[in-house]
Design a protein. Structure first.
Length: 323
């Protein structure tokens, strides 16, 4: 609970006497909201069935957030140290189908950085292999199979006639993992073993690279700048969960920080993202959204990509009446 402080230097701007936060799961929160026991729900991961029912309601808000859902690849472990194999996995992943199945408002991700003002997103990544150009950011099963063969696994079969097998480590619901499992089996003929973990063990596996193959990742931006999504891959950082680093990438990030203008900085950071995607240490899946419910009499509630609220500017319109 937060209580208004009369000694606050801007106390005259604060009209709400107290705010009570309820640490309950989102499905219960929605029920409490419908019953009139809650005035607003914090932006979060609302279940698809709620979103389907609430979409179009005036109380419902859904805005893009600075969060990427992805899958990290352990690049220090053969055969995933082969970038052609990593390209094949990305190109065999139908991200539009995944987003459609989730039905929660996310957008498919080609790159690592969510849309931001003044930042030019990466839309393609042509890579020439043996004289043939492949857009390694595009969903292209045929191209994925070609690159998988060039990586030493024609039709998903490697040396000695053994079928390529990998673990897909994750925590939580398995909807996306089951879709990816099916897509990679169908498009690449590789075996994908799902490895569910509790939250702590999943984080541990991601940070110490103890997983085999691919692991659920993701990142939430801490501030509205592309660097919050790119700094994870600097040398010495374990936050990416991939084991990938490159001194050339570090130098590019440093050059972006030394840019003489905001426009130049954004351009240099875009080049950093392209360099990172050319190495493909992760498979971007989608960019998240915040879904929330706010009563019409709650005024001054500003939704934003960081889901941060200045409650001193929020007020209750006691004159509001239902239409």
């Amino acid at each position: 609970m937060l209580v208004r402080n009369p000694a606050y230097y801007e106390s005259a701007a604060v009209t709400i006497e107290e705010i009570v936060f309820l640490p309950v799961k989102h499905n219960l929160l929605v029920s409490l909201y419908k019953a009139g026991d809650v005035d607003a729900t914090d932006g979060g991961y609302m279940r698809p069935q709620f979103i389907r029912a609430l979409r179009g309601k005036r109380d419902f808000r859904c805005i893009p957030m600075l969060e990427r859902g992805d899958y990290a690849i352990n690049v220090r472990q053969p055969p995933f140290d082969n970038v052609l194999l990593r390209y094949a996995l990305n190109m065999a992943t139908d991200k539009k189908a995944i987003v459609a199945a989730l039905e929660a408002g996310q957008s498919p991700a080609l790159g690592c950085v969510p849309p931001m003002k003044g930042y030019e997103p990466v839309t393609n990544m042509p890579v020439v292999v043996d004289g043939v150009s492949f857009d390694v950011l595009r969903y292209d099963p045929e191209g994925a199979r070609s690159l998988l063969a060039k990586a030493g696994f024609p039709n998903g079969v490697g040396p000695g006639g053994r079928r390529l097998s990998l673990d897909l480590t994750f925590s939580g619901a398995r909807t996306v993992e089951e879709i990816i499992q099916q897509q990679w089996r169908a498009n690449l003929n590789i075996e994908v073993k799902l490895e569910p973990r509790d939250f702590v063990m999943w984080i541990r596996a991601l940070l110490d690279l103890s997983y085999r193959g691919v692991c659920q990742g993701g990142w939430t931006g801490k501030y509205p700048d592309p660097a919050t999504f790119l700094d994870l891959f600097q040398s010495g950082s374990v936050q990416s969960g991939t084991g990938w680093s490159d001194p050339k990438f570090d130098a590019r990030l440093a050059a972006a920080d030394a840019a003489p203008s905001l426009a130049a900085r954004m351009q240099r950071l875009a080049e950093c993202e392209k360099f990172l995607l050319a190495a493909m240490p992760l498979i971007p899946i989608h960019f998240q959204v915040y879904s929330s419910l706010v009563k019409p009499y709650v005024r001054g509630w500003a939704s934003n990509a960081l889901n941060e609220h200045l409650f001193k500017y929020v007020w209750i319109d006691t004159n509001w009446r239902p239409a």
